[in-house]
Ligand binder design. Structure first.
Ligand SMILES: O=c1ccn([C@@H]2O[C@H](COP(=O)(O)O)[C@@H](O)[C@H]2O)c(=O)[nH]1
Length: 254
């Protein structure tokens, strides 16, 4: 296994995969700093983009983010801020003291919150990309109905993407199923960050709106989040290879 993995790592680190690697973040959804750094240690010869989400952030905080930044890694801080404008802006001013590549807020926080969020990062020493979470990829139309949202996931994503663009955000987080809609209502340079990525046959876990990497890229995803399908696989490097090959396949049709 070790020798096979070494060959795979060499293949994935080759220039042929440069663009595919640039398009991904591996989600470090683990419960300790040491587990996170062990994963990074294993994948870093290939992957330089990592997502720090709510579990790890509440375990290890900005200290872990600083460790990743010191390793010259790209960090997507997935803290999904959702609060009143003043509080979100303050949190973003604190985060933007660090050179994280991307950070997010819930687009459903409303136009005033989104505008305050954008102003906060605009005035920061390290201007991170600011993206708005639209409809979580774990939700179905039936879930939205039961919550009284009164519209479908695709219609809600359309409106939230319009609001994110209108307030000057750099992009949105959406499922691959809404990429056409997001592209329809936003400019081409608008980031479309897509979690809920699964190859056919892989477990969807708690995700509802999933899609394979090649198809997501073909439909216009600019960045993909790879999570448990890689990090919880028996062979994470082998799984990363399957996913990166699929990203590359998608890019060949872009
Ligand atoms: O709508 C959203 C927004 C964020 N996420 C995050 O992405 C990863 C996906 O992990 P998987 O293991 O590939 O399911 C996870 O960290 C979520 O917090 C999302 O899934 N959907």
């Amino acid at each position: 296994m070790a020798k096979v993995n070494e060959q795979l790592m060499q293949e994935l680190a080759s220039p042929a995969y440069d663009e595919a690697r640039r398009r991904i973040y591996v989600a470090l959804d683990v419960d300790s700093e040491s587990r996170a750094l062990a994963l990074v240690d294993r994948l870093a010869p290939v992957v330089d983009g990592y997502k720090v989400g709510l579990e790890l952030f509440h375990r290890a905080g900005m200290r872990l983010v600083e460790s990743l930044l010191k390793l010259n890694l790209r960090v997507f801080l997935d803290v999904k801020l959702h609060d009143i404008p003043n509080t979100v802006a303050g949190a973003l001013r604190a985060i933007a003291q660090y050179p994280v590549e991307m950070v997010n807020v819930h687009a459903s926080g409303g136009l005033k919150m989104l505008a305050a969020a954008r102003e906060a990062v605009d005035g920061s020493p390290h201007r991170p990309l600011l993206v708005g979470v639209t409809v979580l990829t774990s939700l179905t139309d039936a879930d939205l109905e039961s919550m009284g949202v009164g519209t479908t996931a695709s219609a809600w994503v359309r409106r939230l993407a319009q609001m994110a663009q209108q307030t000057g955000l750099d992009g949105v987080v959406c499922s691959a199923h809404e990429l056409d809609i997001v592209r329809e209502v936003t400019t081409p340079a608008f980031e479309r960050v897509v979690p809920g990525i699964r190859l056919a046959g892989d477990a969807a876990h708690d995700q509802a709106r999933v899609m394979p990497p090649d198809e997501a890229i073909r439909r216009g995803a600019t960045r993909l989040v790879l999570g448990r399908a890689v990090t919880e696989a028996d062979d994470p490097v082998g799984s990363l290879a399957r996913y990166l090959r699929s990203v590359r396949e998608g890019l060949s049709h872009e």
